[in-house]
Design a protein around this ligand. Structure first.
Ligand SMILES: [Zn+2]
Ligand SMILES: [Zn+2]
Ligand SMILES: [Zn+2]
Length: 107
């Protein structure tokens, strides 16, 4: 019912030679919503393409298509492997360790 019950599974690409797995899904949840902006970019006066929210602590950072790649930097710095997109109309997630796409289970 609440966003805290959010569940994710690994998206299997069509025709993949092997089954993709991710061992980091257990703690995945939707933390309290943060403002949809990349603070690190704002401090530097940069702009971003899209934003990702960490599924462990909720920190928002910019995606790998953005110059700053701050979501990736956050994952490496903190060891929080999972993030989900904040792009309107999309709901995929990503594991920086296993490099697999995640999909929300259920809705
Ligand atoms: Zn993983
Ligand atoms: Zn950024
Ligand atoms: Zn985090």
């Amino acid at each position: 019912m609440s966003e805290a019950d959010e569940e994710w599974h690994v998206e299997q690409p069509p025709g993949a030679a092997r089954t993709r797995t991710c061992d980091h899904l257990a703690p995945a949840r939707a933390p309290a919503a943060q403002p949809a902006r990349c603070e690190a970019c704002l401090r530097r006066g940069d702009t971003w393409v899209n934003l990702l929210a960490c599924l462990v602590c909720g920190e928002v950072g910019c995606c790998d298509s953005s110059p700053g790649r701050h979501a990736h930097e956050h994952a490496e710095r903190t060891g929080h492997p999972l993030a989900r997109t904040l792009k309107k109309g999309e709901s995929w997630g990503w594991c920086y360790v296993d490099e697999v796409f995640l999909a929300r289970t259920g809705r």
